[in-house]
Write a protein that binds this ligand. Sequence first.
Ligand code: PLP
Length: 429
Amino acid sequence: MTSAYQKMTDAELDAALAELEREAADLRAAGLKLDMARGKPSPEQTALSRPMLDLVTSGSDLTDGGSFADNYGDPDGLPSARALAAELIGVDAANVSVIGSSSLNLMYDCVMNGYVHGIAGERPWCQQGTVKFLCPAPGYDRHFTVTESFGIENVPVPMREDGPDMDVVRELVEGDPQVKGIWCVPRYANPTGVTYSDDVVRAFAALRPAAPDFRIFWDNAYCVHTFAGEGDPLMNIFDALAEQGGEKNLVYEFASTAKVTFPSSGMAWVAASPADMAELRAAFSAMRVSPEKISQLAHVRFLKDAAGVAEHMRRHAELVAPRFALVEEKLSAGLGDLGVASWTHPKGGYFVSFEGPEGSAKAIVELAGELGVKLTPAGAPWPYGADPADTNIRIAPTYPSLEELGKALDVFVVAVRLVAARLARAERA
Ligand SMILES: Cc1ncc(COP(=O)(O)O)c(C=O)c1O
């Protein structure tokens, strides 16, 4: 793509550069302090869940069927919490464990179990020499950090508009027994907003891994986070496995209410085949007697069921959708006809993935920082922070107020334009 700056004569480009440098100097002088780096709900969003805090008090009934929230027991979580979790991701509650407040923590525990104890009777990964995980990129940096922290080799896989490139995934998973896992965010992926197509989900279910201890880490973090109506349809991976016939031990699915109720004070869960769950339960039983259940009780009393969650998420969407609309509006108005950038247009989730000219992302993030706008570090959505073309920037629009977000986007647009114009100038030097 040839940019408007590349098409300019030298004189036109110098004039455009001078104007942009002036705009940047004005912004620098304004001393702004804005933040578009954080994939967090805004204070108005977390306020939606405050009534939950009144539902479990000293006078509350703390029983749940035959279970007790105020004592040990139910290592897989309260029955009602398991039922809610299972309904939200469309699985049998018998195959769900609701544990703790962080799905990332559960993912870590599952990786650690493979690393320390081994999966499906295979030797622990720590005794198998080089072990690899596939990382569709751009993706969620904290996934990559989990596997990197164990010394597992993170291998980037291209992300397409309908999910990871399954030809590449199939070749690596079926051809290389060192490949033990893949990180997936199947609905409204972080950061692209992509939802995997049925073909991609079926292709995952049809994998015949070279390693018997390979598992798909299916992080359905944004399964209920849609901006309008039903949102993007996502085929249930366990239904896709059932289509194949027979029991296949292939998928660990994770989710949480982190961005439904309170980040770090929600409830998190994992689901898998009966055999995989038996193995995970054995590992979890060495970690704790039983999970924190009072929070589970509050969640169930507040959210009730999938319909209750959908209603609650509609109220989140009323706050979130205008912010995403503003991103679209500001980027289209500021960059739309310059041919310097493209970005995603998600219908749910928490992020917009932005692509600038080659070799621009680090410079844009740095310049925006100088002008008072903090962005996620360039390269973060790639394993080892290494974006090969230095083009990708993750935009997180949920936390700032609409007014702050508008100002931050104006700064971002100036930073993109100035870096693109500087690159066009440097090409001619
Ligand atoms: C894809 C994805 N998975 C997991 C998490 C973290 O979830 P939790 O708070 O349940 O650990 C996030 C948070 O941003 C995320 O984007």
